[in-house]
Ligand binder design. Structure first.
Ligand SMILES: *[C@@H]1O[C@H](CO)[C@@H](O)[C@H](O)[C@H]1NC(C)=O
Ligand SMILES: *[C@@H]1O[C@H](CO)[C@@H](O)[C@H](O)[C@H]1NC(C)=O
Ligand SMILES: *[C@@H]1O[C@H](CO)[C@@H](O)[C@H](O)[C@H]1NC(C)=O
Ligand SMILES: *[C@@H]1O[C@H](CO)[C@@H](O)[C@H](O)[C@H]1NC(C)=O
Length: 480
């Protein structure tokens, strides 16, 4: 046991040394607030959607365009959509100021060392890594010693935390997966330092807001900062974060910037978990389904056919009289090429630059990610899951890829935390919610409400190479 513990500790210390990151300002945020979504949202994403809420992308083409075009419709979307440009503008000055000063001053607390004695606590055997992350997130209010004097609290915490092994079983391995690091050199050759931008991209519900928050809070292009031009980190790529790669040259959010200067950082999420999430909030993805009765529905069954007939018979009024919720109604009223003969539920997705049709949700997933993976321009693809359990490593590698630097004082800041004031370490509530994520994340039933036919279809249709590349495996009995 001693040997194992030592190697665990050595691993942690080594990681820290390698990253040259001092572990101080780790702020967990609203991403982990689950009240936002009435308890339906996956803990990892709850709040990562930021200002978005379940109702924001309600039905219909107008909303869809807005979802994909939020930068041009600020007025209407002010209270409804995650208007990232507005957020960015509001926050950027203080963050940049903060970064400049933080990079000059030495870190205030050497946190990794302070928790190390407690890593040997028998109740935390196999949970050392999570304990370390919690500590970095200032869960112990910088006084682990005090906390560890209270046996009852220590016991309760130990009970709540899963083992690192449980976590890595779900993650598919010990290390984060970052695809595309081999394209960094090309990017740096193509784009002069002063012009370099990181921009976030990703399919709906894959953690693009979380990724953007982490990058904005921790990474900067020093050349641009020195020239007074900003940090060179954007909430989305200039062609729109959800836009498929084929539209890279077709849309410009910031007219002054060339789209080619962006290094896209693309987020991906376990496809089954992604489908579960789309059942809670589908954004501008349309497919015929009743979210309350069968979702994800890949292979239509009697429930789907029953509803299709219902819609044919009773129409809009019938549906609306049953479901006053425009979301639920729209998922039925917009049949999106579904018919009684459909063997698979087809999908239509509206993007700003065009509408795409897919055979199914897995087909949409394969196709969206393949466009980025097969692209002939430099890009990185990172996993949402790693943004929770390997945030520092992922952010550091991504930032280095552009030639940028990561702040000394790694920070998980997002919308709620204001840089430079007392919230620098995140709200207490956020830190408590982090425990909820740690406790719940690995226990999600990723095939919830799927029939065996749905699961069989997902297994045969999800691209095996894509899954392998990101170490995602199909849910199993042992790992549901
Ligand atoms: C940290 O401080 C807050 C506010 O004083 C308190 O509610 C919380 O329980 C403390 N956390 C720990 C782990 O002691
Ligand atoms: C679905 O319907 C639209 C318009 O009705 C059509 O343009 C499109 O080709 C159809 N897609 C498929 C896959 O059948
Ligand atoms: C997950 O959900 C499926 C479908 O709803 C159900 O059959 C299965 O028993 C659940 N698995 C676990 C481990 O709860
Ligand atoms: C999905 O959920 C609905 C409502 O909870 C339930 O009626 C239905 O049987 C579920 N289907 C499966 C396959 O779990």
């Amino acid at each position: 046991m001693a040997v194992r513990l030592n190697s665990q500790i050595a691993k942690v210390v080594l990681m820290v040394a390698l990253l040259l990151v001092s572990l101080q300002g780790f702020v967990w945020h609203r991403l982990l607030q689950s009240h936002h979504d009435q308890g339906h949202e996956h803990p990892m994403l709850a709040g990562a959607r930021g200002l978005s809420s379940r109702r924001e992308t309600i039905i219909g083409s107008q909303e869809d365009v807005r979802e994909n075009n939020n930068n041009q419709q600020q007025q209407q979307s002010r209270n409804r959509l995650p208007d990232e440009r507005r957020l960015h503008r509001r926050r950027q000055p203080s963050i940049e100021k903060q970064k400049l000063s933080l990079n000059i001053h030495p870190p205030k607390v050497a946190t990794a060392r302070t928790v190390s004695p407690y890593l040997k606590h028998p109740l935390f055997e196999g949970k050392e890594r999570l304990l370390t992350i919690l500590h970095e997130a200032h869960f112990f209010n910088d006084s682990a010693a005090e906390f560890f004097q209270d046996d009852a609290r220590v016991e309760a915490l130990a009970k709540q935390l899963p083992s690192w092994e449980t976590v890595t079983n779900r993650l598919g391995g010990e290390s984060p997966v970052i695809e595309g690091l081999e394209t960094c050199e090309t990017y740096q050759k193509l784009v002069p330092p002063i012009d370099r931008f990181l921009g976030v991209a990703g399919l709906f519900a894959t953690g693009t807001n979380l990724l953007a928050s982490l990058l904005v809070a921790n990474c900067q292009n020093d050349e641009r900062i020195r020239a007074g031009l900003g940090a060179g980190v954007r909430w989305q790529v200039n062609w729109g974060k959800h836009s498929p790669a084929r539209y890279r040259m077709e849309n410009k959010i910031d007219q002054k910037l060339k789209n080619e200067i962006f290094l896209p950082v693309v987020s991906i999420r376990h496809p089954y978990s992604w489908m579960q999430s789309l059942c809670r909030q589908r954004y501008s993805t349309h497919w015929f389904h009743n979210a309350k009765e069968h979702c994800p529905n890949l292979v239509p069954n009697d429930i789907d056919r029953k509803w299709f007939k219902f819609v044919q018979k009773y129409g809009k009024r019938g549906v609306k009289s049953l479901y006053n919720d425009p979301w639920l109604s729209d998922n039925l009223l917009d049949t999106a090429n579904f018919t009684l003969d459909s063997e698979v539920v087809p999908v239509r997705v509206r993007y700003k630059s065009g509408t795409l049709y897919h055979d199914s949700l897995p087909d949409m997933y394969n196709s969206w990610y393949h466009e980025y993976l097969d692209a002939d321009f430099p890009r990185l693809v990172v996993r949402l899951e790693d943004l929770v359990f390997h945030a520092k490593e992922v952010v550091t590698k991504v930032c280095t890829c552009m030639g940028g630097s990561v702040r000394d004082d790694f920070n998980y800041i997002t919308e709620t935390a204001k840089v430079g004031d007392e919230h620098i370490h995140g709200k207490q509530e956020d830190r408590t919610n982090m425990i909820k994520t740690f406790t719940k994340w690995h226990a999600e039933n990723r095939t919830k409400n799927m029939t065996s036919e749905d699961v069989a279809y997902a297994k045969e249709s999800l691209d095996a190479d894509l899954l392998k590349m990101f170490q995602y495996s199909h849910p199993s009995k042992e790992n549901p």
